[in-house]
Write a new protein. Structure first.
Length: 208
């Protein structure tokens, strides 16, 4: 999937309609979010793949700052980015080529910001505040959530292996990690020494 990033960003310069690839990806993750939450983020996102496969080579991998953990900040970024998208779509009118260019432009903006902060902090720090990820989180409030059992010993290994430094162990009492904070990448599940983590729907969690 990482190949799609340069195809859209560079290829779209010569053939603007390639920008509609972004629209197709948005449709895919919206549908998938109803069944697997932010699974798209953890496994299929071209930007996420780029950050993990390429940007990680030059990243300082510093810890995610508290600001990026704030819910208000995530939605602040969402409002800013969506406002920019709507503004540019309005200016594009009914011109399909210009509309495609708008989606390519938004991907360039997102990627540029993600590269800058990804070099300084963890390579996938953008995924903490990504507007598309936030949207998926809202659509999957009860779907395929990371469940934390009483076997959790709060060793914090889950945070260490998480691409976005989520903290499942802090949610032990609640029993699950909020959808917006989890990429469904399975890193924490595979590395948990007590097998205390698994994916479940919210109703299944409460029925235990």
């Amino acid at each position: 999937m990482v190949v799609l990033l340069p195809v859209v960003v560079i290829g779209g310069y010569f053939y603007p309609y390639i920008g509609f690839v972004v629209v197709v990806l948005i449709c895919c993750f919206v549908v998938l979010s109803f069944f697997r939450g932010r699974f798209y983020c953890g496994w299929f996102c071209p930007m996420g793949s780029f950050h993990e496969r390429v940007l990680s080579k030059i990243s300082f991998k510093r810890e995610v700052p508290q600001l990026f953990r704030r819910v208000w900040f995530r939605w602040f970024v969402f409002i800013i980015m969506m406002s920019l998208l709507v503004y540019r779509l309005f200016n594009a009118g009914s011109n399909s080529e210009k509309i495609a260019e708008v989606f390519r432009f938004m991907w360039i903006v997102s990627t540029s910001i993600a590269i800058v902060i990804g070099i300084v902090f963890k390579p996938r720090i953008w995924c903490r505040i990504c507007p598309m990820g936030s949207m998926q989180g809202v659509l999957s409030k009860k779907t395929y959530l990371l469940s934390i059992s009483d076997d959790c010993k709060e060793c914090k290994l889950c945070k260490k292996v998480c691409p976005v430094s989520s903290e499942p162990y802090k949610n032990k009492e609640k029993g699950f990690l909020s959808s917006e904070e989890c990429l469904r990448c399975f890193n924490c599940i595979e590395n948990c020494p007590k097998n205390a983590l698994t994916f479940s729907n919210k109703n299944s969690i409460y029925s235990k």
